[in-house]
Design a binder for this molecule. Structure first.
Ligand code: NAG
Ligand code: NAG
Ligand code: NAG
Ligand code: NAG
Length: 402
């Protein structure tokens, strides 16, 4: 039978699909609103206008969608025919490069459709993959004559990467690890950075170093504006300290350790939120050999030719028997005070020994602490420790007089 002579479609339904996109503001200027202006009061209005416009463009999902954003779509199946159709079932699946996801809210068929009525569904999906996505909308129904019919439509769209994240680790002379995260804006659409934070793994406590302490509150090192210019990169810095229960063992942490993950939240200029979490960031612990020498305590600034104290920590990372002798060798600027060539005594495996030392500098400026030697008298092997840390040496008299 002829389902419908008056319409271009041979089907009794016309299927509309609209990507519920954020409206686009036609402006070349950078977005002028800041956090308190988001998302604005005109959101609803924009949506309506947008839909009306978009209906004709369907099924072109030509607006960019970014990884971490929520893809929303409105599916409407309209009865355009003069036939009675029954048991209408609309299914929406999303095919990504790796999987097929069921986005339908329910699996229940609509028994009958009133004249000029629609079956509507709004689907949401947080996009977790980049690349080509295909939304597959399938409609099955039964005609008056009892014939079971079925049709499908495919809507293709691309998911792009909004931000480029690079990370770098720095090992401090103490057990601390510094993480630098470079976040680059690789979008062309307007975005506002709401949150960038590091969720540390259970081994670490974390200090965020992205604020400057003023009078009573901290201001962001990036200033008040939360926007990144296109292709601009921001550097976020975090300091990770092993928790006391792990710090004991920190001296002998070997191989790969999990540091934590970065959590980034942004908003598009009318308030839609996007979120990305990196995978667990891993760090290769530096190798320390049989005996590790690290620093427990050192002053930042010291006076010229005035003795100062530092505390070194010696950790036993070895399995074999050792008998260690500590020697202190002067450099052209660093002079050690105290006895060189003393025996250190026994350090149990994985344990450490605090070693208070006194020294002075005869040269101003930033000086490197060097010249510690540990000799294993069994194997006659010497471990050298140079450039352990740096101190700023100042002349107290000059600054007082001037
Ligand atoms: C898709 O998910 C909905 C809601 O969870 C469920 O009711 C329906 O049965 C699922 N469909 C299929 C084909 O698995
Ligand atoms: C579809 O609409 C037509 C008229 O628009 C109506 O006659 C028909 O009964 C409707 N079909 C269903 C299943 O309700
Ligand atoms: C990225 O650059 C675009 C292009 O100028 C800009 O509109 C957008 O706000 C920037 N994104 C972020 C996260 O700041
Ligand atoms: C470290 O521990 C091992 C294993 O018990 C031991 O043989 C060695 O002598 C220790 N090293 C030091 C410097 O005490």
């Amino acid at each position: 039978f002829d389902l419908n002579q008056n319409f271009h479609s041979y089907l009794p339904f016309e299927e509309f699909l609209m990507r519920l996109t954020k409206p686009t503001l036609f402006t070349n200027m950078p977005v002028t609103c800041e956090d308190r202006d988001l998302p604005g009061k005109h959101l609803g209005l924009f949506y309506c206008q947008h839909w009306a416009l978009f209906m004709c463009v369907v099924p072109c999902l030509c607006v960019n969608i970014f990884l971490g954003e929520t893809f929303s779509s409105y599916i409407s199946v309209h009865n355009d025919s003069s036939q009675v159709v029954k048991d209408i079932l609309v299914k929406a699946d999303l095919q990504t490069s790796s999987q097929r996801l069921n986005l339908s809210a329910s699996n229940n068929a609509v028994t009958e459709l009133k004249p000029e009525s629609c079956v509507d569904d709004v689907i949401h999906h947080e996009v977790k993959e980049i690349g080509t996505h295909i939304l597959v909308c399938a409609v099955s129904y039964t005609t008056q004559a009892g014939e079971k019919l079925y049709f499908r439509k495919f809507f293709k769209f691309q998911v792009l990467k909004p931000l480029d994240v690079k990370t770098k680790f720095y090992n401090a002379e103490t057990d601390e690890v510094f993480l630098e995260a470079q976040i680059q804006n690789i979008t062309t659409s307007s975005m506002f950075m709401e949150k960038v934070s590091l969720e540390p793994s259970m081994m670490y406590n974390i200090a965020e170093l992205n604020t400057v302490e003023t009078e009573d509150e901290g201001t962001s090192t990036f200033g008040k504006m939360s926007y990144l210019q296109p292709m601009d990169t921001r550097q976020y810095l975090y300091c990770l300290k092993p928790k006391p229960e792990f710090a004991e063992k920190a001296g002998i942490i070997k191989g790969v350790t999990v540091i934590g993950k970065l959590d980034i939240v942004w908003k598009t200029n009318l308030g839609e939120r996007g979120r990305l979490q990196t995978s667990q960031l891993q760090r290769m612990a530096p190798g320390y050999g049989d005996v590790r020498l690290s620093l427990e305590m050192i002053p930042d600034t010291v006076n010229l030719e005035e003795p100062f104290d530092i505390t070194c920590k010696i950790t036993n990372c070895s399995e074999r028997t050792m008998d260690l002798v500590l020697e202190m060798c002067n450099t052209c600027s660093i002079h050690w005070c105290g006895v060189s060539g003393r025996q250190l005594g026994k350090v149990s495996p994985s344990a450490s020994l605090a070693l208070p030392l006194k020294l002075l500098s005869s040269v101003q400026g930033l000086q490197s602490i060097s010249g510690l030697r540990l000799t294993d008298s069994f194997l006659k092997r010497t471990y050298e420790y140079d450039d352990i840390a740096q101190v700023c040496v100042v002349c107290p008299y000059m600054s007082r007089e001037s």
